[in-house]
Write a protein that binds this ligand. Structure first.
Ligand code: SF4
Ligand code: SF4
Length: 119
């Protein structure tokens, strides 16, 4: 999924002109993508002269960090609201199960997407 690295955007508007579904706009001279309408065509990546349109694979480390922070918050809240520090470990196990499910969903999705290449 595309995202704009704001500090690299010079507000030239090329991506705005070329987006086939008109889902990019300029706000304070920085491009902003409304992902609700984005069809993932990649034109904005290809036409930006400053390489300011980035791919979300660059955000993997940020997403991992965010998942760890979220899990620690849930563990803290489970202990706080359920009144027992053992709840932290139970919560952690539930979160591991949750992320394992996410992993399986992604693996199975990738399998199916690979099959689409043969159609
Ligand atoms: S084409 Fe690139 S530099 Fe120009 S407005 Fe879009 S994101 Fe910014
Ligand atoms: S990927 Fe395509 S549809 Fe999505 S914002 Fe870029 S140009 Fe527009």
């Amino acid at each position: 999924m595309p995202w704009i690295k704001g500090e690299d955007c010079i507000g030239c508007g090329i991506c705005v002109e070329n987006c086939p579904v008109g889902t990019i706009s300029l706000e304070n001279d920085v491009a902003v993508i409304d992902m609700v309408n984005c069809i993932h065509c990649g034109i904005c990546h290809d036409t930006c002269p400053k390489l300011a349109v980035r791919h979300d694979s660059e955000k993997i480390q940020d997403e991992v960090k965010s998942n760890i922070i979220k899990t620690k918050e849930f563990m803290h809240d489970c202990a706080k609201y359920l009144g027992d520090s053992k709840e932290k470990q139970k919560c952690l196990n539930r979160m591991i199960k949750h992320f394992n499910k996410e992993k399986i969903v992604m693996e199975k999705t990738l399998e199916k997407l690979q099959m689409l290449k043969k159609e």
